[in-house]
Write a protein that binds this ligand. Structure first.
Ligand SMILES: [Zn+2]
Ligand SMILES: [Zn+2]
Length: 302
Protein backbone atom coordinates (compact mmCIF):
# COMPACT_ATOMS: atom_id res chain seq x y z
CA UNK A 1 0.00 0.00 0.00
CA UNK A 2 1.39 3.45 -0.92
CA UNK A 3 1.41 5.42 2.31
CA UNK A 4 3.11 8.67 1.53
CA UNK A 5 5.27 9.94 -1.32
CA UNK A 6 7.51 6.98 -2.10
CA UNK A 7 6.89 4.99 1.09
CA UNK A 8 5.03 1.69 0.80
CA UNK A 9 3.68 -0.37 3.68
CA UNK A 10 3.84 -4.15 3.34
CA UNK A 11 2.03 -6.08 6.07
CA UNK A 12 3.62 -9.46 6.68
CA UNK A 13 1.93 -12.31 8.50
CA UNK A 14 2.76 -13.74 11.91
CA UNK A 15 1.90 -17.24 13.07
CA UNK A 16 0.38 -18.69 16.27
CA UNK A 17 1.45 -16.27 19.02
CA UNK A 18 3.87 -14.42 16.73
CA UNK A 19 2.53 -10.97 15.78
CA UNK A 20 2.13 -9.59 12.25
CA UNK A 21 4.71 -7.04 11.26
CA UNK A 22 4.77 -3.93 9.08
CA UNK A 23 7.78 -3.51 6.86
CA UNK A 24 8.31 -0.39 4.75
CA UNK A 25 9.67 -0.14 1.26
CA UNK A 26 11.16 3.15 0.15
CA UNK A 27 10.81 3.04 -3.58
CA UNK A 28 13.61 5.25 -4.95
CA UNK A 29 16.22 4.46 -7.64
CA UNK A 30 17.95 2.14 -5.21
CA UNK A 31 15.04 0.82 -3.15
CA UNK A 32 15.52 0.34 0.59
CA UNK A 33 13.45 -1.92 2.83
CA UNK A 34 13.03 -1.34 6.56
CA UNK A 35 12.80 -4.69 8.41
CA UNK A 36 12.25 -8.05 6.76
CA UNK A 37 9.58 -10.03 8.63
CA UNK A 38 9.89 -13.72 9.52
CA UNK A 39 11.72 -16.27 7.44
CA UNK A 40 8.81 -18.66 6.82
CA UNK A 41 7.35 -19.08 3.37
CA UNK A 42 3.99 -17.29 3.84
CA UNK A 43 5.93 -14.17 4.80
CA UNK A 44 8.89 -14.26 2.43
CA UNK A 45 6.73 -15.14 -0.59
CA UNK A 46 4.52 -12.11 -0.01
CA UNK A 47 7.56 -9.91 0.62
CA UNK A 48 9.36 -10.96 -2.57
CA UNK A 49 6.15 -10.58 -4.57
CA UNK A 50 5.47 -7.07 -3.23
CA UNK A 51 9.08 -5.92 -3.74
CA UNK A 52 8.91 -7.07 -7.35
CA UNK A 53 5.51 -5.43 -7.94
CA UNK A 54 6.33 -2.10 -6.28
CA UNK A 55 9.85 -1.63 -7.63
CA UNK A 56 8.79 -2.92 -11.07
CA UNK A 57 11.53 -5.52 -10.95
CA UNK A 58 14.25 -3.00 -10.07
CA UNK A 59 14.88 -5.23 -7.06
CA UNK A 60 16.20 -4.12 -3.73
CA UNK A 61 19.46 -2.40 -2.79
CA UNK A 62 19.44 -2.88 0.96
CA UNK A 63 17.42 -3.91 3.97
CA UNK A 64 17.82 -2.06 7.24
CA UNK A 65 17.06 -4.24 10.27
CA UNK A 66 15.84 -2.11 13.20
CA UNK A 67 16.86 -4.70 15.82
CA UNK A 68 17.81 -8.33 16.38
CA UNK A 69 14.35 -9.87 16.92
CA UNK A 70 13.31 -12.60 14.47
CA UNK A 71 10.14 -10.81 13.27
CA UNK A 72 12.48 -8.08 11.99
CA UNK A 73 15.56 -9.91 10.73
CA UNK A 74 14.66 -13.53 9.83
CA UNK A 75 13.41 -12.67 6.32
CA UNK A 76 16.66 -10.83 5.54
CA UNK A 77 18.51 -14.10 4.88
CA UNK A 78 16.05 -14.94 2.10
CA UNK A 79 16.41 -11.42 0.62
CA UNK A 80 20.19 -11.84 0.62
CA UNK A 81 19.90 -15.15 -1.22
CA UNK A 82 17.17 -14.20 -3.69
CA UNK A 83 17.92 -10.53 -4.39
CA UNK A 84 21.52 -10.17 -3.28
CA UNK A 85 20.70 -7.26 -0.96
CA UNK A 86 23.02 -5.74 1.62
CA UNK A 87 21.93 -5.94 5.24
CA UNK A 88 22.37 -2.88 7.45
CA UNK A 89 22.01 -2.88 11.25
CA UNK A 90 23.33 -1.13 14.35
CA UNK A 91 26.83 -2.11 15.48
CA UNK A 92 25.42 -3.73 18.63
CA UNK A 93 23.23 -6.01 16.49
CA UNK A 94 26.19 -7.41 14.55
CA UNK A 95 27.39 -10.04 17.09
CA UNK A 96 23.89 -11.35 17.93
CA UNK A 97 22.63 -11.43 14.32
CA UNK A 98 25.57 -13.55 13.24
CA UNK A 99 25.31 -16.00 16.13
CA UNK A 100 21.95 -17.45 17.21
CA UNK A 101 23.52 -18.90 20.35
CA UNK A 102 24.67 -15.46 21.46
CA UNK A 103 21.22 -14.07 20.59
CA UNK A 104 19.52 -16.74 22.72
CA UNK A 105 21.74 -16.14 25.75
CA UNK A 106 22.00 -12.33 25.58
CA UNK A 107 18.50 -11.42 24.39
CA UNK A 108 16.31 -14.24 25.72
CA UNK A 109 18.26 -15.04 28.90
CA UNK A 110 18.60 -18.78 28.35
CA UNK A 111 21.43 -20.46 30.22
CA UNK A 112 20.22 -24.04 29.77
CA UNK A 113 18.23 -25.38 26.84
CA UNK A 114 19.98 -22.93 24.50
CA UNK A 115 20.06 -25.33 21.56
CA UNK A 116 16.43 -26.42 21.98
CA UNK A 117 15.30 -22.75 22.02
CA UNK A 118 17.25 -22.15 18.81
CA UNK A 119 15.87 -25.30 17.22
CA UNK A 120 12.24 -24.90 18.28
CA UNK A 121 11.70 -21.15 18.34
CA UNK A 122 14.28 -19.29 16.24
CA UNK A 123 14.85 -21.88 13.50
CA UNK A 124 11.64 -23.90 13.87
CA UNK A 125 8.92 -21.29 14.25
CA UNK A 126 10.52 -18.07 12.97
CA UNK A 127 12.76 -19.74 10.34
CA UNK A 128 15.63 -17.52 11.40
CA UNK A 129 19.22 -18.13 10.40
CA UNK A 130 22.41 -16.25 11.31
CA UNK A 131 23.07 -13.15 9.22
CA UNK A 132 26.28 -11.30 8.47
CA UNK A 133 25.72 -7.56 8.53
CA UNK A 134 27.19 -5.79 5.49
CA UNK A 135 26.65 -2.19 6.59
CA UNK A 136 27.35 -1.45 10.25
CA UNK A 137 25.36 1.54 11.49
CA UNK A 138 25.89 4.01 14.31
CA UNK A 139 24.08 7.06 15.69
CA UNK A 140 23.50 9.79 13.06
CA UNK A 141 24.69 7.70 10.11
CA UNK A 142 22.83 8.53 6.91
CA UNK A 143 21.33 6.03 4.47
CA UNK A 144 20.62 7.52 1.05
CA UNK A 145 17.10 7.11 -0.29
CA UNK A 146 16.94 8.94 -3.64
CA UNK A 147 17.38 12.68 -3.03
CA UNK A 148 16.71 12.25 0.70
CA UNK A 149 18.36 10.31 3.45
CA UNK A 150 17.38 8.26 6.48
CA UNK A 151 19.15 9.22 9.69
CA UNK A 152 19.97 6.51 12.20
CA UNK A 153 18.62 7.28 15.67
CA UNK A 154 19.79 4.83 18.33
CA UNK A 155 16.73 4.02 20.46
CA UNK A 156 17.68 1.26 22.92
CA UNK A 157 15.54 -0.08 25.77
CA UNK A 158 13.52 -2.74 23.94
CA UNK A 159 16.88 -4.20 22.87
CA UNK A 160 20.32 -2.56 23.18
CA UNK A 161 20.75 -2.56 19.37
CA UNK A 162 17.43 -0.92 18.46
CA UNK A 163 17.46 1.89 15.90
CA UNK A 164 14.76 4.12 14.46
CA UNK A 165 15.15 5.80 11.08
CA UNK A 166 14.33 9.44 10.51
CA UNK A 167 13.35 10.87 7.14
CA UNK A 168 13.96 14.44 8.23
CA UNK A 169 12.68 16.29 5.14
CA UNK A 170 9.26 14.66 5.58
CA UNK A 171 9.37 14.52 9.39
CA UNK A 172 8.63 10.80 9.25
CA UNK A 173 10.04 8.30 11.74
CA UNK A 174 10.28 4.55 11.15
CA UNK A 175 10.12 3.49 14.77
CA UNK A 176 10.55 -0.31 14.72
CA UNK A 177 9.32 -1.60 18.10
CA UNK A 178 10.23 1.46 20.16
CA UNK A 179 6.92 3.19 19.37
CA UNK A 180 4.17 0.72 18.51
CA UNK A 181 0.79 1.60 17.02
CA UNK A 182 -1.20 -0.48 19.51
CA UNK A 183 -0.53 -2.04 22.92
CA UNK A 184 2.82 -1.28 24.49
CA UNK A 185 6.41 -2.15 23.73
CA UNK A 186 7.69 -5.33 25.39
CA UNK A 187 10.49 -4.47 27.82
CA UNK A 188 11.87 -7.55 29.55
CA UNK A 189 15.15 -8.77 31.00
CA UNK A 190 17.82 -9.56 30.08
CA UNK A 191 18.02 -7.20 27.10
CA UNK A 192 15.26 -4.74 27.97
CA UNK A 193 15.64 -1.76 30.29
CA UNK A 194 12.72 0.46 31.32
CA UNK A 195 14.78 3.57 32.14
CA UNK A 196 16.78 3.31 28.91
CA UNK A 197 13.52 2.81 26.97
CA UNK A 198 11.96 5.93 28.51
CA UNK A 199 15.15 7.90 27.67
CA UNK A 200 14.76 6.78 24.03
CA UNK A 201 11.15 7.96 24.00
CA UNK A 202 12.16 11.31 25.55
CA UNK A 203 14.77 11.65 22.80
CA UNK A 204 12.09 11.09 20.12
CA UNK A 205 9.80 13.62 21.82
CA UNK A 206 12.34 16.35 21.07
CA UNK A 207 12.26 15.67 17.33
CA UNK A 208 10.00 17.24 14.71
CA UNK A 209 7.60 14.43 13.83
CA UNK A 210 4.52 14.44 11.64
CA UNK A 211 4.14 10.72 11.25
CA UNK A 212 5.42 7.57 12.93
CA UNK A 213 5.49 4.33 10.95
CA UNK A 214 5.69 1.51 13.52
CA UNK A 215 6.60 -2.15 12.98
CA UNK A 216 3.43 -3.24 14.79
CA UNK A 217 -0.02 -1.69 14.78
CA UNK A 218 -1.50 1.17 12.75
CA UNK A 219 0.30 4.28 11.45
CA UNK A 220 0.61 6.97 14.14
CA UNK A 221 -0.68 10.37 13.04
CA UNK A 222 -0.26 12.01 16.42
CA UNK A 223 3.34 11.12 17.35
CA UNK A 224 3.85 13.25 20.47
CA UNK A 225 0.59 12.14 22.04
CA UNK A 226 1.38 8.48 21.41
CA UNK A 227 4.95 8.74 22.74
CA UNK A 228 3.74 10.49 25.92
CA UNK A 229 1.08 7.80 26.36
CA UNK A 230 3.73 5.05 26.13
CA UNK A 231 5.88 6.79 28.77
CA UNK A 232 2.84 7.19 31.02
CA UNK A 233 1.91 3.52 30.68
CA UNK A 234 5.35 2.31 31.73
CA UNK A 235 5.41 4.66 34.73
CA UNK A 236 1.89 3.75 35.82
CA UNK A 237 2.84 0.05 35.75
CA UNK A 238 5.66 0.88 38.13
CA UNK A 239 3.26 2.76 40.41
CA UNK A 240 1.01 -0.30 40.37
CA UNK A 241 3.91 -2.51 41.46
CA UNK A 242 4.81 -0.13 44.29
CA UNK A 243 1.15 -0.19 45.45
CA UNK A 244 1.10 -4.01 45.42
CA UNK A 245 4.29 -4.05 47.47
CA UNK A 246 2.85 -1.52 49.91
CA UNK A 247 0.03 -4.01 50.57
CA UNK A 248 2.52 -6.77 51.36
CA UNK A 249 5.96 -8.04 50.32
CA UNK A 250 5.80 -10.31 47.24
CA UNK A 251 7.94 -12.44 44.93
CA UNK A 252 8.30 -11.79 41.19
CA UNK A 253 5.85 -14.65 40.48
CA UNK A 254 3.26 -13.24 42.87
CA UNK A 255 3.60 -9.80 41.31
CA UNK A 256 3.21 -11.20 37.78
CA UNK A 257 0.03 -13.06 38.77
CA UNK A 258 -1.42 -9.97 40.46
CA UNK A 259 -0.58 -7.70 37.51
CA UNK A 260 -1.48 -9.82 34.51
CA UNK A 261 -4.08 -12.37 35.45
CA UNK A 262 -2.38 -14.68 32.96
CA UNK A 263 -3.28 -18.36 33.21
CA UNK A 264 -1.03 -19.67 30.46
CA UNK A 265 2.15 -20.93 32.15
CA UNK A 266 4.34 -20.34 29.10
CA UNK A 267 3.21 -16.73 28.66
CA UNK A 268 3.57 -16.16 32.39
CA UNK A 269 7.22 -17.21 32.13
CA UNK A 270 7.81 -14.45 29.56
CA UNK A 271 5.96 -11.95 31.73
CA UNK A 272 8.29 -12.70 34.65
CA UNK A 273 11.06 -11.08 32.62
CA UNK A 274 8.87 -8.01 32.14
CA UNK A 275 8.18 -7.71 35.88
CA UNK A 276 11.89 -8.20 36.58
CA UNK A 277 12.69 -5.25 34.29
CA UNK A 278 10.29 -3.01 36.25
CA UNK A 279 11.73 -4.24 39.55
CA UNK A 280 15.27 -3.51 38.38
CA UNK A 281 14.24 0.04 37.50
CA UNK A 282 12.40 0.57 40.81
CA UNK A 283 15.39 -0.78 42.73
CA UNK A 284 17.67 1.62 40.90
CA UNK A 285 15.33 4.48 41.77
CA UNK A 286 15.59 3.43 45.43
CA UNK A 287 11.86 2.77 45.75
CA UNK A 288 12.00 -0.94 46.57
CA UNK A 289 14.32 -3.46 48.21
CA UNK A 290 14.49 -7.24 48.40
CA UNK A 291 15.60 -9.89 50.86
CA UNK A 292 16.24 -13.61 50.42
CA UNK A 293 13.91 -15.98 52.20
CA UNK A 294 14.23 -19.75 51.74
CA UNK A 295 15.89 -19.26 48.37
CA UNK A 296 13.25 -16.81 47.15
CA UNK A 297 13.68 -13.10 46.49
CA UNK A 298 11.01 -11.18 48.41
CA UNK A 299 10.43 -7.60 47.31
CA UNK A 300 9.06 -4.82 49.51
CA UNK A 301 8.86 -1.01 49.47
CA UNK A 302 11.73 0.89 51.00
ZN1 LIG B 1 11.29 -6.49 19.02
ZN1 LIG C 1 8.69 -6.64 16.58
Amino acid sequence: MLLKDFIYLIELPGKMFLPNINVYLINCEEPVLIDAGYGFQESTEKLLHEIKRITESRGLEKVVVTHAHPDHFAGAAVLKRELNVSVAAHKLAVPVLSDLKKLTINYYGFKDNVSSFIKLFLQGLCKAEPINVDIVLDENDEIKVGEYSLRVIHTPGHTPCHISLYLEEKEVLFSGDVVVGEGTTWIGLPCGDVAVYIDSLEKLLKMDLKLILPAHGPVIYNPKKRIKELIRRKLSREEEIVKLLQEKPRTVEELALALYNEQDRYRLLWLLNVVKAYLKDLERKGKIVYRWEEGRKIYSVK
